[in-house]
Write a protein that binds this ligand. Structure first.
Ligand code: NCW
Length: 455
């Protein structure tokens, strides 16, 4: 099963999840520094203070990527390293780090794919209202321009946001992510200002000469398990179309307007905003993990992350799951890619994240005469294999899928779960910072080498 020529194979990470060095070289505080230090917010009080120490070990990590044959590496730029208070004075030492990283990647023939926002808002901006206020969108565009000015000569593809649904609704509505607010009205405002920030940043990047601009969304087919369809349509509007339609069609779904109107109103949406949000983009980044299953359930309260879902039951998984308890359903990726290429044919598609957490363990092994620890993660290989087959099927059905990036290169700080959930294809021993490529990494290296799967 061979993929098209030039198909981009890679892996992804995010700044707060891997970098550590939280107080070094002038980095300011982010909302995740603050949030993770409040007891009860993150499992066992874990924080990103050290994480994978990638800030100091980036060269070793790039060598690892090279060894696996990666063509692309998606990372995020920590806003508080560049602008410690979110705006104003630029911290040159912060830019220097990404400069070194990009040079190191290019020296190994790996294309850098930076994402400008993967959830680490400068705390100073949260103190001024965070994404719930309009000004944050303008500050984000300024930040994008600063980073482009430094890296634009070597970076072609710029992604503005990672998963704005998660930033808005887990951050401002259910409160399980930073900044930990539980205010549905603030979440709808945050979603709009994230989108506005995307549009303003996309415009600034384009004006500065960026070759390609992308937006990454967490997307999932919503499957209704009873005879109805209205409940699935409502959840689909909230999770998927709330972001797809403004960015690619310049309008909000009716269901979202109706629900947001009941949760704080629509005053934050000003004339002209949707035209700014609907900037032409080259690539839509897709983070796919699993479908959502829902059914009608009169009397059911709204899901804490989905205002307006009264009377809808989010079904627990019935089949196999990952360590996150997320269902394993590769066909959902094919369904999603085919739908996106049908509904939004003008934009290229890139899987910017797909992967799975499992309970991995180091085992003693030998390679010839040399002791070599291994991680036998056949379950992850099965997950990735199934999803790559689904991606291939979508391409055969006509989807314009340009590449696939595994989440994640390294085990890392999995947000509210701390270091307990391991998504990496490379194992991290967090005591010693030793990196051990798992069996899935070696398998992925072979997939990349043959540009496809056996059989
Ligand atoms: S938590 C999450 N993730 C994981 C994270 O490590 C990464 O930074 C994210 O981009 C793995 O990939 C993303 N996504 C949140 C998905 C929550 C979906 C909740 C749906 C409720 C029905």
């Amino acid at each position: 099963m061979v993929f098209p020529d030039g198909f981009v194979w890679g892996a992804a990470t995010a700044a707060y999840q891997i970098e550590g060095a939280a107080a070094e070289d002038g980095r300011g505080a982010s909302i995740w520094d603050t949030f993770s230090k409040v007891p009860g917010n993150v499992a066992d009080g874990h924080t990103g203070d050290v994480a994978c120490d990638h800030y100091h070990r980036y060269a070793e990590d790039v060598r690892l990527m090279d060894g696996l044959g990666l063509a692309a590496y998606r990372f995020s730029v920590a806003w508080p390293r560049i602008l410690p208070t979110g705006a104003g004075q630029v911290n040159a030492a912060g830019l220097d780090f990404y400069d070194r990283l990009v040079d190191e990647l290019l020296a190994h023939g790996i294309t850098p794919y930076p994402t400008l926002y993967h959830w680490d808002l400068p705390q100073a901006l949260e103190d001024a209202g965070g994404w719930a206020v309009r000004d944050t969108a303008a500050r984000f565009a300024d930040f994008a321009a600063v980073v482009h000015e430094r890296l634009g000569d070597r970076v072609g593809t710029w992604t503005t946001l990672n998963e704005p649904w998660v930033a808005a609704f887990l951050g401002y509505c259910s409160g399980v992510h930073a900044p930990g607010r539980r205010d549905p009205a603030a979440a709808f405002r945050a979603a709009h200002h994230l989108l506005l920030g995307h549009g303003l940043a996309a415009r600034a990047l384009r004006a500065a000469g960026a070759a390609e601009v992308a937006l990454t969304l967490n997307l999932a087919p919503v499957v209704q398990t009873d005879d109805g369809h209205e409940e699935a349509a409502r959840v689909d509007a909230l999770m998927n179309r709330q972001f797809l339609d403004p960015a690619l069609r310049g309008r909000y779904p009716e269901e979202v307007l109706e629900i947001a109107a009941r949760h704080g109103g629509l005053d934050h949406i000003r004339d002209g905003d949707l035209a700014v949000i609907q900037q032409p983009i080259d690539l839509l980044g897709i983070n796919y993990y699993n479908p959502s299953f829902v059914s009608a359930a009169p009397g059911e309260p709204a899901n804490p992350a989905f205002p307006g879902t009264e009377g809808i039951r989010f079904e627990p998984p019935t089949g196999p799951t990952t360590a996150m308890d997320w269902p394993i359903e590769p066909s959902g990726l094919e369904t999603l890619l085919v739908r996106l290429s049908r509904d939004y044919p003008e934009v290229g598609l890139l899987v910017t994240e797909n992967g799975a957490a499992f309970d991995d363990h180091l085992t003693d092994g030998v390679d010839g005469d040399v002791a070599r620890d291994r991680v036998h993660d056949d379950d992850r290989i099965g997950y990735l294999d199934g999803h790559l087959r689904a991606a291939h099927a979508a391409i055969s059905a006509g989807a314009d899928l340009r590449g696939y990036l595994v989440w994640s290169l390294l085990d890392n700080f999995e947000w509210a779960y701390g270091y307990h959930k391991r998504f990496g294809i490379v194992y991290i021993d967090f005591e010693t910072q030793r990196r051990v490529p798992k069996d899935s990494a070696l398998w992925y290296r072979d997939v990349i080498k043959r540009n496809g799967l056996m059989g």
